[in-house]
Design a protein around this ligand. Structure first.
Ligand code: AMP
Length: 554
């Protein structure tokens, strides 16, 4: 049995590593060292998950419940815990400080030690607590764990309890670590993950059954698979040229849903693959009446339409997805409509490896047309253009252009699904650094490090680099301008005094451990140098967070 202390030590070691190769091999070594029984648990723990993301089991511990547990274990007031969190910037270190300095460290296990399995079972206990008195019972369970833990363990127990381990081990590292530990290819591990959504299961399968076992992992009803994603289309002409004929559908302004129906049993998963069935009784009803197939997995977009039949703001849909109480009242207020566009499984058979056109045929056979997204197959750019305009006029986002011959590739953002939509938002960001270019641009600063403001500390938090949308002429000008503002230089990287604001357009905001803000921009491009703005006018981290949560499906 592996102790939780061992896990904590590994986490601590990983936190000190910056290179992904070294990180991968430490994770791989650890995965190899644990028992079969511990492997699934450890693989999830290392990514900050206690259960598979799709599972109904949920810890339900938020920061305030955690603070209360730390407060009770340490006998320090909650205010004091909050202060420690502010000072350290980390709930893990704050919990450790509080509990080790507090008076009532219980030390239940002072003779023995807390094992990884003890922690997991205690978390399962917590997840099982519902209803009256459950908050208090959760706190007691956490208190028990904190009481039993050594200082080094408290840090990671606290972070794990809110499922934010923050040691920088992401999906890529875990994928490669499983491949390294059990001598299988990273592609097979990746495929298994996209299909099962559970690295725990993938690691276990790799260890016990190797390549063969991984290859056998497939689409299973009631286990959500990652959703296929879209890339940005360069334009209608380019897309039609590349694909020949395209399957055109509206890009509905709603929220993605994956629906599993097995007989009368219906489960709806959100884009994050969380079970949202109980919040969406109207969707369940449309499935019951509109889907004739016995056992099926469907993919589509749920939209909320106002009385004018135009899509409501995305926040309204989110309200529906998050709703836990008074569901029927909100359902009346914000009715949702289904637009199904894909079918991934039908009566015991996986359909992801047959072409889109054939899947569409099966989708049409299985469902009533009233709940299907319309699809037009065409090679005529004028037809695509007309559908695009029609979708925008109806208040939707644009169109999706899909390759009619393509398979459904779970979790992949490939070129078989292209999205075409107008550019939406821009952010005003402060330039805090830059990189000298290469080759022809070696004498020019080719990319610029951007940051948003933290209004509390007045610090600038990095959020990404922009290198696109800048003409050669502009690069010369900017390089001259920024020469004056350089404060330090190392290798090709230069740090600038934060003086200049760039207006930057982007496709999407993503969470990212690589930048101080915790976010990164996808496809950023320079729109304007905002010499009319001072750095105090630049956008704050709060606006970034707002835009992030306002994005589709987040
Ligand atoms: P984006 O979120 O901008 O990457 O665009 C992809 C998203 O568009 C998908 O995840 C769906 O939620 C949404 N969407 C709306 N209509 C469609 C459609 N007809 N086909 C595929 N995705 C669609």
């Amino acid at each position: 049995m592996t102790s939780f202390l061992e896990f904590a030590k590994i986490c601590n070691r990983i936190e000190g590593i910056s290179g992904s190769i070294e990180m991968t091999s430490v994770v791989a070594g650890f995965l190899k060292s644990v028992s079969d029984e511990e492997l699934e648990i450890v693989t999830r723990f290392i990514m900050g998950h206690v259960f598979p993301v799709w599972s109904k089991e949920e810890l339900g511990i938020g920061p305030s419940l955690l603070y209360s547990a730390v407060s009770r274990t340490s006998s320090l007031p909650v205010k004091q815990i909050e202060k420690l969190v502010k000072e350290t910037g980390d709930i893990g270190s704050a919990a450790e400080k509080a509990i080790t300095s507090g008076k009532t460290h219980l030390g239940f296990f002072s003779e023995g030690e807390l094992s990884i399995k003890d922690v997991y079972l205690r978390f399962r206990n917590i997840a099982g607590l519902t209803g009256k008195g459950s908050q208090d019972a959760k706190i007691k369970n956490l208190q028990y764990l904190f009481g039993a833990a050594k200082p080094a363990e408290i840090v990671y127990l606290a972070r794990l309890s809110i499922e934010e381990l923050r040691i920088g081990v992401g999906e890529g590292i875990v994928r490669d670590a499983i491949a390294e530990a059990f001598d299988v290819s990273a592609e097979l591990v990746e495929r298994g993950y996209m299909l099962t959504n559970d690295f725990g299961l993938v690691a276990y399968t790799a260890k016990k059954e190797g390549k063969k076992g991984l290859g056998k992992l497939g689409v299973v009803i009631n286990r959500p698979l990652k959703m296929m994603l879209a890339q940005i289309a360069a334009g209608i002409n380019e897309a039609v040229e590349e694909m020949g004929t395209v399957a055109v559908e509206w890009k509905y302004d709603g929220a993605r849903v994956q629906i599993h129906k097995e007989g009368g049993n219906i489960t709806i998963y959100s884009r994050k693959l969380e079970d949202v069935t109980s919040s969406l009784p109207d969707i369940v009803k449309s499935i019951r009446s509109g889907v004739s197939a016995g056992s099926v997995i469907l993919d589509g977009e749920a939209v909320a339409l106002g009385s004018d039949k135009r899509p409501m703001a995305f926040q309204e849909i989110l309200r529906r997805f998050r709703r836990k109480y008074d569901i029927s009242a909100t359902a009346l207020e914000i009715p949702l409509y289904l637009n199904l566009f894909d079918i991934l499984y039908l009566n015991g058979e996986s359909l992801i490896d047959i072409p889109l056109l054939q899947r569409r045929k099966k989708l049409e056979d299985a469902c009533d047309s009233s709940i299907l997204a319309e699809q037009v197959i065409t090679g005529d750019t004028a037809v695509v253009e007309a559908i695009y305009k029609e979708a925008l006029a109806a208040g939707h986002e644009g169109v999706m252009l899909k390759n009619p011959d393509s398979f459904y590739t779970p979790g992949k953002r490939g070129k078989n699904w292209l999205k075409l939509k107008p550019i939406m938002e821009t952010l005003d960001l402060v330039v805090i650094g830059g990189d000298w270019g290469e080759g022809r641009r070696a004498r020019l600063i080719g990319s610029y490090l951007l940051a948003c403001r933290d209004p509390y500390t007045d610090k600038f938090l990095s959020i990404g680099r922009v290198a696109t949308g800048i003409t050669d002429e502009q690069l010369e000008e900017l390089t001259n301008l920024f020469k004056e503002l350089a404060v330090s230089e190392s290798g090709t990287q230069v740090e600038f005094e934060p003086k200049i604001v760039f207006e930057v357009a982007f496709e999407e905001i993503q969470k990212s451990p690589n930048y101080d803000s915790g976010y990164a921009l996808r496809f950023p491009r320079l729109v304007n140098v905002r010499s009319d703005k001072s750095v105090e006018d630049a956008d704050s981290i709060e606006r970034v967070e707002q835009l992030y949560t306002g994005q589709k499906g987040k």
